[in-house]
Ligand binder design. Structure first.
Ligand code: EPZ
Length: 416
C-alpha cells in the first residue's frame, strides 16, 4: 500500500487547477446507459472511482475510451448484470439499476454494502423505482429487477437523497408519461446530470429546486458534454491554502456552488476573492473557530466537514461541528487528536478547541474526506506526517500530491 509523507510548515503559493467533479461525473457516466448513440464527455477527472465506473459500464456492454480528461462512450447493446466484486468497491454502481430497467427492462445489480461513514441504505431509491412499475426482489445480495417499461409516477422523498434523486431522475427520462419528484436533492451535481440529460433530449424542469418534473421520451441521443468542476476538491484546497497561511489561485473553481463553504471560511478569517482567472484564497491574520452544521444543499456540505475541522484545529477559540447527514463521519477526529488537536465528540457533534500547533505523526485514512482532512492538517503540522491507506484519497482527488507540490508543499507518495 502507498502513503503520503508530508513535511509541514510550507505556505502554499501559486495556482491549482480544479479537476472535473467526481460526484457529477459518476451519475453522468451511468446515465450513458440511457443513451442510444455516441457520447463524448470532457473535464472528466482521472480517479479510481471513474475508472471503476467505466469498468462496470464495460461489463454492461458499453464500449468506452478514456484519454486525458475525455471519455467517449457507446451503450448500444447492453447486458443486465452488475457484479458484486465491482459494486462492493463503489456504492454509486447501484445507480445503473434504474437506467438498465428504463433501457432494457431488466437488471441484476448487487446491493451495495455500507461503508466507513455509515450504513448508506438505498431503500428510497428502490421504493421510488417500484412506484414506477419496477419489480425488484432481493436474492443473495443481488437486486433482480424487471419491468415492462417504467411508468411516470409522483415520488415524494422522505429525505433529499442525492443518489436517490439522481437515480429516479435518470429512470424517469425514458418512463411513459410524467414523473414528479418532490423533496429532491438540490446539489449542483444533480443539476449537472439534468443538464446532460436535457442535452441528450430529455424533458426535465425544476432541477436545482425541491421539485423536478420529467416528461418521459422514447429515446435519448448522443452528444458532447463537459462535466462541472469539483466544488469539494476546490473547498479542500481552500482549506489547505488557509491552514498554511499561503496564497493560492484556484483555476476552474466553482464559486456560487460553494456559497455555504465560502461564508464559513470568511467567518473564520479567510479572504476569498472571485476573479476572471479563478478564485484567490489567502487569510487575513488569525483564524477564528466557528460553528458548522452539515445540511443538504444549499447548506454546508457534509463532504467538507472533515476538511473545515482540520482548519479549525489551529484557529483561535473554538467551534462546534454538527454532522447531520451521515451517522459515522468523524473517523478523522481520533487521527487529528493524535496530531495534538483538541476535539471532543458528543453524539453527532464535535467541539473543536484551537491549539497553537499540530505535531506531525503517522495517521490512518479511513474514508475519502477523512483522508483529505489529514493531508490538510499535515501541511500545517510541525514535522513529518505520514498518511497511510491513501487508496481512500485516490478515489476522489486527482494527483493531489502533484497539485500540492506545484504550489510549494513538501509532500511525496511512497510505498509503505
Ligand atoms: C452522495 O452520496 C455523494 N456521493 C456523497 O459524497 C455525499 O456525501 C452525499 O451525496 C451527501 O451529499 C456521490 O455523489 C457519489 P445521500 P449519496 O443519498 O447519494 C441516507 C464523497 O465524499 N439515505 O444523499 O449516497 C444515507 O444513509 C461522498 O464524495 C437513506 O437512508 O448520499 C445518508 O445518511 C461521500 N436511504 C443520507 O441519506 C436512501 O435510500 C444522505 O445520503 C438513500 C440515502
Amino acid at each position: 500500500m502507498e502513503k503520503l509523507v508530508i513535511e509541514g510548515g510550507a505556505p502554499l503559493s501559486g495556482t491549482i487547477a480544479v479537476s472535473g467533479s467526481k460526484n457529477a461525473a459518476l451519475p453522468i457516466l451511468m446515465a450513458a446507459i440511457l443513451v442510444n448513440g455516441n457520447i463524448t464527455f470532457t473535464n472528466v477527472p482521472n480517479l479510481k472511482d471513474i475508472r471503476t465506473t467505466l469498468k462496470l459500464l464495460d461489463i454492461l456492454g458499453c464500449k468506452s475510451t478514456f484519454d486525458g480528461s475525455t471519455v467517449t462512450i457507446d451503450c448500444q447493446d447492453l447486458t443486465p448484470e452488475a457484479p458484486y466484486e465491482l459494486v462492493k468497491t463503489m456504492r454509486a454502481s447501484v445507480l445503473c439499476l434504474g437506467p438498465l430497467l428504463a433501457r432494457i427492462g431488466r437488471a441484476k445489480v448487487a446491493l451495495p454494502g455500507g461503508c466507513a461513514i455509515g450504513a448508506r441504505p438505498v431503500d428510497m431509491h428502490l421504493t421510488a423505482l417500484e412506484k414506477m412499475g419496477a419489480e425488484l426482489d432481493l436474492d443473495s445480495g443481488y437486486i433482480n429487477g424487471k419491468c415492462k417499461g417504467l411508468k411516470g409516477a409522483h415520488i415524494q422523498f422522505p429525505f433529499p437523497t442525492v443518489g436517490g434523486t439522481e437515480h429516479v431522475l435518470m429512470a424517469a427520462c425514458l418512463a411513459e408519461g410524467e414523473t414528479v419528484l418532490e423533496n429532491v436533492a438540490r446539489e449542483p451535481e444533480v443539476s449537472d446530470l439534468a443538464e446532460f440529460l436535457i442535452k441528450c433530449g430529455a424533458k426535465i424542469r425544476g432541477h436545482g429546486t425541491s421539485v423536478i418534473h420529467v416528461e418521459g421520451v422514447e429515446s435519448l441521443a448522443g452528444c458532447e458534454y463537459a462535466v462541472m468542476s469539483d466544488r469539494i476538491e476546490a473547498g479542500t484546497f481552500m482549506a489547505a491554502a488557509a491552514i498554511t497561511d499561503g496564497e493560492v489561485l484556484l483555476a476552474n473553481c466553482p464559486f456560487k456552488e460553494l456559497d455555504a463553504v465560502v461564508d464559513k471560511l470568511r467567518e473564520m478569517g479567510v479572504l476569498l476573492e472571485q476573479r476572471d482567472d479563478g478564485v484567490l484564497v489567502k487569510r487575513n491574520g488569525e483564524l477564528v473557530g466557528v460553528d458548522v452544521t452539515t445540511m443538504p444543499y444549499p447548506g454546508f456540505p457534509t463532504d467538507m466537514q472533515a476538511q473545515i475541522m482540520a482548519l479549525m484545529t489551529l484557529a483561535k477559540g473554538s467551534g462546534i461541528i454538527e454532522e447531520r447527514i451521515f451517522e459515522n463521519r468523524f473517523m478523522h477526529v481520533q487521527e487529528l487528536v493524535r496530531m495534538g488537536a483538541k476535539i471532543k465528540l458528543k453524539g453527532n457533534s464535535a467541539m473543536v478547541r484551537g491549539v497553537d500547533t499540530l505535531k506531525g505523526a503517522p495517521v490512518m485514512a479511513s474514508d475519502l474526506r477523512a483522508s483529505a482532512s489529514l493531508v490538510v492538517a499535515g501541511l500545517a503540522a510541525e514535522g513529518t506526517t505520514e498518511v497511510q491507506r491513501i487508496y481512500h484519497l485516490d478515489r476522489g482527488y486527482e494527483r493531489i500530491e502533484e497539485k500540492l507540490t506545484n504550489v510549494g508543499a513538501r509532500i511525496r507518495r511512497v510505498d509503505e
